[in-house]
Design a protein around this ligand. Structure first.
Ligand SMILES: [Fe+2]
Ligand SMILES: [Fe+2]
Length: 292
């Protein structure tokens, strides 16, 4: 078999999010929101759709229980780089896409659009900060990790893959799919054991959670850790693994999701004007440097 593990099928690390908006269109009082011209243009771009499919094919094939254990051992030593949050933001922003810069926002712009929308709705400051930092874990790409091990929907490994995960058929190529240790409803877990005991597919969510777990309020940590877990926060397919605390905290994960998904307007936020507010916010919650 040809080795595809280092392949990066998508031109832009965030192309999979277009597919997310197709799966979960924004709701208005009148029903699903009409596509803007730009969204429509992205949607009919079948080449993009094909690369997203290819991306999930590799993701679903290689995200096994053992793979996650291996990545945890490699990255949770935090010996890659020590940076302030601002250095991490600048570092993340060096992630250059091959796709159209007129349509696509850079990473800092996505973060600021998310957090500014949260701020405009009058939410607490830790929620605004969470919006601002939620994707910093994508620096994994800059440590040489392939797209399929950084972004995309996340899901539990070590138990049966839910049918509600995007492109479920691709899991048939995953060795855990036919391993009786991992392919039952509970797999290596027990009923309502709590998500903290459940290994999620490896990506930017879990990585950033592990970096920040001592610094932010609990709902913020849940948002960071599970914001790509669509098969639970949208589909509720893994409630049997959750405890009461998880269920309570997922209300925040659900509250966060529309800000992440639907605030990508092509209007670019004024970074310079916003920076002082965010500098204070970062200082309030985070230490001078973080270990990646
Ligand atoms: Fe994300
Ligand atoms: Fe995001």
């Amino acid at each position: 078999m040809q080795d595809t593990t280092n392949k990066n099928p998508m031109e832009n690390i965030d192309d999979w999010e277009e597919n997310l908006k197709e799966r979960y269109p924004e709701e208005t009082k009148e029903g699903p929101k009409e596509k803007t011209e730009e969204e429509f243009r992205n949607y009919i771009d079948s080449e993009r759709l094909e690369t997203v499919r290819e991306f999930y094919k590799i993701n679903h094939t290689y995200q096994t229980y053992d793979f996650v254990c291996k990545k945890e051992a490699e990255f949770l030593k935090f010996d890659k780089k020590e940076m302030s949050l601002w250095e991490a933001v600048d570092f993340l922003n060096t992630l250059v896409d091959d796709s159209d810069p007129d349509i696509d926002l850079d990473q800092l712009q996505h973060l600021l659009q998310t957090s500014e929308a949260i701020r405009a709705d009058g939410h607490p400051d830790w929620f605004v900060l969470t919006g601002f930092i939620h994707d910093i874990g994508k620096v994994l790409c800059l440590f040489g990790e392939p797209q399929w091990a950084v972004v995309g929907d996340t899901f539990p490994v070590g138990c049966k893959y839910a049918e509600t995960i995007v492109y479920p058929d691709f899991f048939k190529e995953n060795p855990d799919y036919s391993n009786p240790k991992f392919n039952t409803k509970y797999g290596v877990y027990s009923p309502n054991c709590g998500l903290d005991k459940v290994k999620m597919s490896w990506g930017h969510d879990e990585y950033l959670y592990q970096i920040l777990k001592n610094y932010l309020p609990e709902p913020a940590l849940y948002i960071i850790r599970y914001h790509s877990f669509y098969s639970q926060h949208r589909e509720e397919s893994y409630t049997h693994l959750m405890n009461e605390k998880d269920i309570e905290m997922f209300e925040w994960v659900k509250k966060f999701n529309p800000y992440d998904l639907y605030t990508k307007a092509p209007v670019k936020p004024d970074v310079k004007a916003l920076k002082p507010y965010y500098e204070d916010l970062v200082k309030k919650y985070l230490p001078d440097t973080l270990k990646f």
